[in-house]
Design a protein around this ligand. Structure first.
Ligand code: GLN
Length: 543
């Protein structure tokens, strides 16, 4: 059976919730036993998200195979409970790169290489090859951006052609658009949705269903109007109104019958979904009542999406432990510049996370925060850059190595306790050249990390870093009391901690545990920090 293709387009605004709609539909179809995955198309010219500032685009999500992808891939993995690959994120850059490379090899045999058919063919080929190779029944393709964007046109054109080539019983188009509410009158306005459907039709695509995003449940009159202007039955207009958790969106769409309509139109026998696991998770999330305040120390704190996998991982762990994490965002640059003191920022928090990052800005602020957390015995988790800066802090303040630093920030430091690996020195290109993706992590017996992993000695965790704890300093750090709780295959530091006799919870990982945390399988490290914040670490470790 050839794979069936569901397209998800967006209208009115970006960030309207296409990613969550796509992830939710994927979950609902997977819960019916279909082999389904989602693909994200990003119509920008970057080859991948790796070179983009999280401040503008949100987190760079890392896949098992080392892809640096859009954060929506993270939503898909969390909702589907399945690892995806770098190929699940298609960008304009990738498409043009491969077409241009093919042209240079002379493979177009004298043809004029054009957007139609060469670029559109490459888009279609990538989607269908992936779906076939993964043996999918259904592939959901989310087209990033908003209908009408110049950059998105080749992708929408490819989608239009696929409808023609595969036929209506193998393709389905969902348009997600916003119906804003006027604050003055409280009225739901449908005109922007109407216009975006018109824009879609102008390109040659008639949607099969509309998902209307709104603050409040959609009024029947608004629904009727949208259906009329979109030339759809009212039953094909769905509403995803604001709910307090993204994890509840699948239930909204299930109740309104979106997956049933998709099955019907794709010529599939209706099946009953098994949503019991998801239901259980959402109930645990709801019931979690014990509050714990977690400081999030980083430098992209103004755009919360910069750390979205970490935020979600905290929720997963919280649900498992009956804890509701309350996040207190701490901008490291403010600490560095002195407009905020560490005492003001961290007083009264139950735990803190030193977030991943790059570059100089805010670094001294983070190091100050780490010192405070270590000295005041406040539970702390450092992730990636967070581990590296914890090593810097320890080297400076416990080992007494003045001026110790990471050579990323201070290339002339007398003590490069965090440094580039020899092979990284030769790297000239920045894109895709870090240590990326899943690598084995060898956990040291008897450590807190070892207990958190339930006695496992080996884990595969995802990475995204260029710098490493400098092996030359490891012995001195250990002699000064720092415990290395995990090593890489080749003997580089993967995790550090302090003994629990000295500190209630002081753990930092070179890997990013957040990328593998799932609602139904919270990451051990996050369970650790949440348990420590709630004062139930001892119980959690013996459970
Ligand atoms: N900037 C550091 C490195 O490149 C840490 C990266 C990170 O936190 N993801 O090694």
């Amino acid at each position: 059976m050839p794979p069936k293709v569901v397209f998800v387009t967006g209208g009115v605004l970006s960030s309207v919730g296409k990613g969550i709609t796509t992830a939710s539909l994927a979950l609902l179809l997977a819960a019916r036993g279909y082999n389904v995955e989602a693909v994200k198309i990003d119509p920008y010219i970057n080859v991948d998200a790796g070179t983009m500032n999280p401040y503008a685009h949100g987190e760079v999500f890392v896949t098992e195979d080392g892809g640096e992808t859009d954060l929506d891939i993270g939503h898909y993995e969390r909702f589907l409970h399945r690892n995806l690959t770098r190929r699940h994120n298609i960008t304009t850059g990738q498409i043009y790169l491969s077409v241009i490379e093919r042209e240079r090899r002379g493979e177009y045999l004298g043809q004029t290489v054009q957007v139609i058919p060469h670029i559109t063919d490459e888009i279609k080929r990538r989607i269908l090859d992936l779906a076939r190779e993964r043996g999918l029944d259904i592939v959901i393709v989310e087209i990033g951006g908003t209908v009408g964007d110049i950059e998105g046109l080749p992708f929408l054109e490819a989608a239009r052609q696929m409808r023609l080539e595969l036929g209506p019983s193998d393709t389905f188009f969902i348009h997600v658009a916003l119906a804003p509410t006027l604050s003055t009158t409280g009225e739901q306005k449908t005109k922007p949705v109407q216009h975006s459907v018109q824009e879609l039709r102008r390109i040659g695509i008639q949607p099969d269903a509309i998902v209307v995003r709104s603050q409040r449940p959609l009024e029947p009159e608004a629904r009727r109007k949208i259906a009329l202007y979109a030339t759809l039955p009212i039953s094909a207009v769905f509403n995803s109104y604001d709910v307090d958790s993204i994890y509840k969106v699948p239930f909204l769409l299930e109740k309104q019958g979106l997956p049933r309509l998709v099955e019907e139109r794709l010529g599939l026998e209706p099946r009953k979904p098994d949503l019991s696991g998801w239901q259980g998770f959402v109930e645990r999330l709801e019931r979690a009542s014990r509050e714990a305040t977690i400081a999030m120390v980083g430098k992209y704190t103004k755009l919360r999406d910069s750390y979205i996998s970490i935020v979600e991982a905290l929720k997963h762990a919280g649900a498992a432990l009956g804890v509701k994490p309350r996040l207190r965002w701490v901008e490291a640059t403010d600490l560095e510049q002195g407009s905020l003191t560490v005492e003001e920022a961290l007083e009264g928090v139950d735990a803190a996370i030193i977030l991943p990052g790059f570059g100089r800005r805010g670094v001294e602020g983070k190091i100050e925060a780490i010192r405070y957390l270590r000295e005041n015995r406040v539970p702390m988790l450092g992730i990636c850059f967070g581990l590296q800066l914890a090593v810097v802090e320890y080297a400076r303040n416990v080992l007494g190595l003045k001026g110790a630093h990471t050579s990323e920030v201070d290339p002339k430091t007398p003590h490069p306790v965090v440094d580039l690996l020899p092979e990284q020195r030769q790297v000239e290109e920045l894109g895709g050249t870090m240590r990326l993706g899943a690598h084995p992590v060898r956990i040291v017996e008897g450590t807190t990390l070892h207990s958190l992993y339930g006695g496992r000695r080996l884990a595969y965790e995802r990475h995204r870093h260029r710098y490493e704890v400098n092996p030359k300093y490891v012995d001195a750090l250990r002699e000064a009391g720092l415990v290395v709780s995990a090593w890489s295959e080749r003997g580089l530091v993967e995790a550090i901690e302090l003994p629990r006799s000295e500190h209630p919870f002081y753990l930092a990982t070179q890997f990013h545990p957040e990328f593998k945390s799932r609602p139904l399988a919270p990451a051990p490290v996050f369970k650790g920090i949440i348990a420590a914040a709630a004062g139930v670490l001892a119980e959690a470790l013996t459970a």
